[in-house]
Design a protein around this ligand. Structure first.
Ligand code: GLN
Length: 539
């Protein structure tokens, strides 16, 4: 294996949900801000080939990359922090590793050998670790190992990390262990024992962590740092404090204060001329923390009890809000609660409404009712994927007077204004079979979408099976619902807008996936602007 990239592994101890993804993204951002090329990869220890078949309640949002990979939501953080694209190679599950090995075994590629976890599974993991480095494109590859050290299912990943560390040596590879230092209120003490145990667990697997990043509610006093350094075999300045932050976007700055980037560069003997250039980042944080305006935006969806299900939408609002010097308060509204009777009460104080993506018929009628209300009352409306499809159904029913639906909701509907895509009709398996990834879209000039993007050929990511039924196109356009963005090859309608409405845009794709700190998504920016405008008019 030849690679010039340096490998940084991030493991987790004590408990899950400590924010390994944010720490990895923050470190990557600091290295990038020093002029290095960095990418981040995540290994997930579950058996699904990818999270595409997982219910959002299980695992939060499924994040789609340009190349159509259905991936873990941490990849969204990587893209938002780094402003670089990820791909399938950036997210690998145990399921995918085993699938690759078993497929090879069936082809007879192991030449009669017994196929085993070690070396075959670990070799396949290592192949995936090195894959990103092969292009020579990156100076650093940060690999986040999902789950916690000590979990049975992450053992092969930990073993692969041990082997890579041994193969590459200390100047080219290192391990950062993210851990928790709980504060016991009754004893008024920070406790290091859980960390000591999880480091011990790593040592048993043959890995000495190089740096400890310690999540904590309280600042870490020197005696605690010393204790951890001594008992966990790390340098005192490699005990990094990671205090709870107001926003995830503070974390790179906090890590900079703790000199995480410097420690990493010193360990890996990498030289960097400059201090990290964080002006743009700080500028964004300044705008985020000092808004001059405020809007209330409703997010109508069916998975609202778990906001992680709409992670990228929530973050896109953070970016677009900062861009507008405006705090966006997102009100999470369950579409199942919206009915003809309740709609006015639920939506009347909102400055804009976003109808969210989703699958299945549950809550669909509530979304349609929501859209009727915002259309009639001229409240800024943003429909994404299923949200756009519901807008088309609503328009067909309430403006064209058709007995219409989406075949996802009612397969026998008289007027399937949203119908399953032709190529989807033959597909019977669920995993990885939707229309996925980046497609071109041509926007018409003089539209809201064109005004937002400022160009006519755009590229956006998709994840759906159903589409606008072009049989109804003329009828819809005639009555005022215009198809203003179309895929130039397939003619699929990608963007609809309503005439005579302050801001009503439905998109078949997922713009939220491409919003980053440095490039807030133009449609979110304009939607927030429209919500601000609506608020002014209302007042
Ligand atoms: N369920 C719809 C479809 O498959 C919309 C999907 C989505 O919102 N991502 O077409």
């Amino acid at each position: 294996m030849s690679t010039t990239a340096k490998y940084i592994f991030v493991t987790g101890g004590v408990t899950s949900s400590l924010g390994k993804g944010i720490i990895a993204a923050s470190l990557a951002q600091l290295l990038q801000a020093r002029g290095f090329k960095v990418t981040i990869q995540k290994f997930d220890p579950y058996l699904n080939i990818d999270p595409g078949t997982l219910n959002p309640y299980e695992h939060g949002e499924c994040y789609v990359t340009d190349d159509g990979a259905e991936t873990d939501l941490d990849l969204g953080h990587y893209e938002r922090f780094l402003n670089v694209r990820t791909s399938q190679a950036n997210n690998v599950t145990t399921g995918r590793i085993y699938n690759n090995v078993i497929t090879k075994e069936r082809k007879g590629e192991y030449l009669g050998k017994t196929v085993q976890v070690i070396p075959h599974i670990t070799d396949e993991i290592k192949r995936n670790i090195f894959l990103l480095g092969e292009s020579g494109e990156y100076d650093f590859i940060i690999t986040e190992i999902g789950g916690c050290v000590g979990d049975i299912e992450s053992l092969p990943f930990i073993e692969a990390v041990r082997q890579v560390k041994w193969e590459l040596g200390p100047n080219s590879s290192m391990v950062i262990h993210l851990t928790l230092i709980p504060y016991l209120k009754a004893a008024k003490e920070l406790k290091t024992k859980p960390t000591q145990h999880s480091v011990k667990e790593l040592l048993e697997a043959g890995i000495q962590p190089d740096i400890l990043v310690c999540r904590t509610e309280m600042p870490l006093p020197m005696d605690i740092r010393k204790k951890m350094a001594l008992f966990c075999n790390v340098h005192l300045n490699s005990v990094i404090e990671a205090m709870d932050a107001d926003t995830i976007y503070d974390v790179p700055i906090l890590m900079r204060k703790e000199k995480l980037d410097e420690r990493v560069l010193a360990k890996l003997k990498a030289t960097s001329k400059e201090e990290p250039v964080l002006e743009q980042w700080k500028n964004f944080l300044g705008k985020l923390k000092n808004p001059v305006n405020e809007v209330n935006v409703g997010l109508v969806g069916k998975y609202v009890s778990l906001p992680d299900a709409y992670k990228s939408i929530a973050e896109a609002f953070v970016h677009a809000g900062a861009e507008n010097d405006c705090k966006v308060n997102v009100k999470w509204i369950s579409s199942e609660e919206v009915t003809k009777e309740s709609v006015d009460h639920i939506l009347k104080n909102l400055d804009g409404v976003l109808v969210a993506p989703g699958f299945g018929e549950r809550g669909l009628e509530g979304k349609i009712e929501t859209i009727r209300y915002v259309r009639e009352n001229k409240v800024p409306f943003f429909g994404i994927c299923l949200g756009m499809q519901c807008a088309v159904v609503e328009f067909a029913r309430n403006v064209l007077g058709l007995e219409a639906s989406s075949t996802e909701l009612n397969p026998k509907t008289k007027n399937p204004v949203i119908d399953m895509m032709e190529e989807q009709k033959k597909i019977t398996i669920k995993g990885g079979t939707m229309r996925l990834g980046s497609y071109d879209c041509k926007l018409k000039k003089g539209t809201k979408a064109y005004a937002a993007y400022g160009e006519s050929l755009i590229h956006e990511r998709h994840r759906h099976r159903y589409e606008f039924n072009n049989k109804y196109l003329d009828q819809m356009e005639h009555a005022g619902l215009k198809a203003v963005g179309v895929n130039p090859e397939s003619n699929l309608v990608e963007v609809v807008e309503l005439k005579d409405h302050p801001w009503y845009v439905g998109v078949q794709y997922h713009p939220e996936l491409k919003s980053t700190v440095l490039n807030p998504h133009p449609l979110f920016v304009k939607f927030v602007e429209a919500a601000l405008e609506h608020k002014k008019i209302k007042a």
